[in-house]
Design a protein around this ligand. Structure first.
Ligand code: XMP
Length: 521
């Protein structure tokens, strides 16, 4: 059964913008169901039979006159359904309604100020007191002639027809992107479109999201077995729990203890998934092999490669023991998808070889189940809550696949791992006790490969330096260090030094990303 077919919805026609998923996400945030469909695939009958209350035409990389590449059944725009064109969508809507589009004299990329020209239901609470609003632009073409029956709502210095409307036809065009956070009141504009113009009512929630995904997985997997690599992190945990609801006993999770996990992490994973959720879980203790392969290795990329390859070997070996497996479930999120392909097709430089439980063997010839691939991290967290995963898992800071290995520059030893684990535990514990954990996107302790002199109880010490890192971020792509007050950081420093033998100095990392990265290696 297609649960969403009968839901009143916004249909987003995608012309290839990088931000199309972001539009869908903003509509979901408003509590309304939205569906994306490629402009190449959309048919008139899809709209007529699908309870479509509003259309959004997305941005895209093309020029509206490349008619051989742009397929859009023109009749769609004559159905009387409220329509909002964004960026390229604004241009194609204008062109189709009889306006003209040409190359802009001045391209507009980044922030621009839009000025109110006329009142509109679309812009209620959108402009500030000076009748302006900061918006985010990304275009080199512009609407140069207004289509008949349209009027201007707002203009920027370089784009006279940046916001237009034809109220009779319920058509609106905007040159900027309301879906990105840089557009100050973008969400208010979308809200006006969805509720005041399309007259939709709230009908979407995490609960519905969950039923939709469970159903999709059921339909995909049917009666086959699925394996899932569980790391204990948020994404794989949500996938594991979702799959348990969808396929029950046909799910087998594999959890590899690399020996590079946080304090008591393996116990938590086994307790939660095996005992509490009664999930088929294969626990592989591979500590020794990881540590022996990593012996004397200090190069960060070598460490990452060794861990990644070993993980795959172990996973494959275990997976082969399970009969009739046809699917591999992964916790791929939408940002992973956009980041993994270059949108412009240009060569991007490699900073780190990221490894996570997602990057699993292609040669296993298993079909992928990626239920989270259109979601963003915070949506996955909400889904986790809906799946009753428990806040301790859902709200946990991200943890990298290579684990403590990349928080310990230089060679890895058992002794260093033990010291680091304790220091990290103290830091995180203090963050939680002081209500700081949730304000921080990611925090951890690292162990630097330098010993320095200290004095404790009148004696000389010569021990390691512990580095603390705590950052705020939206998505891990950029980050800033968190500004702790002196009392807190002093308290953590004292606790670490007083409780852990092997550390006599604590430093706090005050670099942002860029120029640094979040992890040390
Ligand atoms: P960086 O250090 O690249 O980290 O600024 C950005 C985010 O990614 C996490 N990270 C990883 N996650 N496998 C993962 O699953 C990896 O190999 C990996 N390396 C870094 C990091 O913890 C931060 O959240």
């Amino acid at each position: 059964m297609n649960l969403e077919k009968n839901l009143n919805k916004i249909l987003i026609i995608d012309f290839g913008s990088q931000f199309t998923q972001l539009i869908a996400r903003r509509i979901r945030e408003l509590g309304v169901y939205s569906k994306i469909i490629s402009n190449n695939k959309i048919k008139l009958k899809d709209i007529l039979k699908n309870n479509v209350y509003g259309l959004i035409l997305s941005g895209g990389p093309l020029n509206v006159y490349q008619s051989n590449k742009i397929k859009l059944d023109k009749r769609i725009l004559n159905l009387g359904i409220p329509t909002l064109g964004i960026c390229f969508g604004h241009q194609i809507l204008s062109k189709e309604q009889g306006g003209k589009v040409k190359k802009s004299k001045y391209r507009e990329f980044g922030l621009a100020t839009i000025k109110k020209k006329n009142k509109s239901v679309l812009t209620r609470d959108f402009f500030n007191r000076n009748n302006t609003c900061d918006v985010w632009m990304s275009h080199s073409d512009e609407v140069s002639k207004l289509p008949k029956g349209f009027s201007v709502i707002g203009s920027t210095r370089n784009s006279k027809f940046a916001m237009i409307e034809n109220l009779n036809k319920k058509m609106f065009g905007i040159q900027f992107h309301p879906e990105v956070t840089h557009t100050k009141n973008g969400k208010k504009l979308l809200k006006n479109f969805v509720f005041s113009i399309c007259k939709l009512k709230k009908n979407w929630s995490s609960k519905r999201q969950k039923s939709k995904l469970v159903n999709e997985v059921k339909n995909q997997v049917k009666n086959s077995k699925v394996i899932c690599a569980l790391s204990g992190g948020v994404d794989s945990s949500v996938v594991g729990k979702l799959l348990k609801e969808a396929v029950g006993k046909n799910l087998v999770c594999i959890f590899v203890n690399t020996g590079l996990l946080r304090k008591d992490e393996e116990k938590q994973v086994v307790n939660t998934f095996k005992k509490r959720f009664k999930i088929n879980l294969i626990y592989v203790n591979a500590k020794n092999i990881f540590l022996s392969k990593l012996k004397n290795i200090s190069d960060p990329e070598k460490k990452r490669k060794i861990i990644g390859n070993l993980f795959i070997q172990i996973f494959e070996k275990q997976a082969k023991k399970i009969k009739n497996v046809k699917f591999l479930a992964q916790g791929t999120l939408y940002p992973d998808l956009i980041e993994s392909k270059s949108v412009t097709g240009s060569q991007t430089s490699k900073i780190k070889s990221h490894h996570n439980v997602g990057g699993l063997p292609k040669k296993m010839k298993l079909k992928l189940v990626e239920p989270l691939k259109y979601l963003f991290k915070d949506e996955v967290r909400k889904l986790g809550i809906e799946l009753k995963l428990g806040k301790e898992i859902v709200l946990r800071h991200p943890f990298p696949g290579p684990g403590l290995a990349i928080r310990m520059p230089g060679v890895i030893t058992d002794k260093k791992i033990k010291i680091l684990r304790e220091a990290d535990n103290i830091f995180i514990d203090e963050l939680k006790k002081n209500n700081l954990y949730k304000k921080i996107w990611q925090a951890y302790a690292a162990l630097l490969p330098v010993k320095t002199v200290g004095v404790m109880g009148d004696n000389r010490t010569y021990e390691y330096i512990c580095l603390l890192r705590a950052i705020t971020s939206e998505d891990g792509m950029t980050a800033d260090f968190y500004n702790f007050n002196k009392k807190f950081i002093q308290q953590v420093s004292n606790k670490i030094i007083n409780n852990i033998k092997g550390i006599n100095r604590v430093v706090y990392d005050v670099t942002s990303k860029p120029p640094s990265t979040i992890e040390l290696e």
